[in-house]
Design a protein around this ligand. Structure first.
Ligand code: NDP
Length: 233
């Protein structure tokens, strides 16, 4: 049985990842910040009591990451999905003159450092697995080549930095047979994406799963759109 660890799996894309992987028969370690209030995820856990467990994890808290890595020591994890993310500028207009640097720092703590922290802590678990995949849910907004409009300084730079860090990680873990992939999920109907987005979480995750099923070790370090096309840096 393959296994997967997912961050931010109480809602949005993370919840959908948890559901689809559990349905596919994977052993799912579904993590979120506040399990006591993760109603949808807890309902999913009841439906998949045999292969899904819920774990507390804030990706900015090193102590929680270390504790979970220790608790799962000896358990191979085929795929780590760094999904948790924040996008403050989506709700709060922060143009030049009103840039909120505390939000920017928090955006980096979650979107960039959080994903690297978690990946670092779980390298041994992934190395002990069969698939050996580390995945970062990035965004095409992290593509410098695709920046065509103003603003969103924090979110864009956090995802560009995430891509740069993950590309470096891909090189570092290559010798041990691990692969690292960055994925853009498309514009998706979640709290972050909003109701006007064209893609459902179901479609987006289905397409991203297909991408991950089609990749090979030589593709490690690449940045893919949900349809499998490569996004320029
Ligand atoms: P949502 O806002 O719906 O969900 C974000 C998730 O991240 C929530 O589970 C949230 O948990 C979690 N989270 C936030 N901060 C932390 C933290 N410090 N530790 C752990 N979990 C945290 O967003 P989406 O589902 O849309 O986004 C998922 C990923 O996809 C993100 O990385 C996002 O950048 C990316 N993405 C999304 C797009 C879209 O159109 N939806 C487009 C491009 C990329 P909590 O409920 O506790 O806040």
């Amino acid at each position: 049985m393959h296994s997967v660890l997912i961050t931010g799996s109480n809602r949005g894309l993370g919840l959908e990842w948890a559901e689809q992987m559990a349905e596919a028969g994977w052993r799912v370690y579904a993590t979120c910040r506040d399990p006591e209030h993760a109603d949808s995820l807890n309902m999913l856990q009841s439906a998949f009591a045999k292969n899904l467990t819920v774990h507390r994890l804030d990706v900015t808290h090193q102590d929680e990451i270390s504790a979970l890595a220790e608790a799962l020591r000896g358990h191979p994890i085929d795929r780590v999905i760094n999904n948790a993310g924040v996008y403050f500028e989506k709700y709060l207009d922060e143009p030049l003159g009103q840039i909120n640097y505390q939000h920017w720092e928090e955006t980096f703590r979650v979107n960039t450092l959080g994903a690297v922290r978690l990946s670092e802590a779980f390298v041994e678990h992934v190395a002990a697995s069969r698939l050996k995949q580390i995945v970062a849910i990035s965004s095409h907004m992290g593509s410098i080549a695709e920046i065509a409009v103003e603003g969103d300084y924090a979110y864009r730079s956090s995802k560009a930095a995430l891509n740069a860090a993950m590309k470096g990680l891909a090189h570092e873990v290559q010798a041990r047979g691990l692969s690292v992939f960055m994925l853009h999920p498309g514009w998706v109907q979640t709290r972050m994406g909003g109701p006007g987005a064209p893609l459902t979480t179901m479609d987006s995750v289905k397409r991203m799963r297909q991408v991950l099923e089609g990749v090979q070790a030589k593709d490690s370090g690449r940045f893919f759109r949900y349809d499998g096309s490569v996004i320029p840096w």
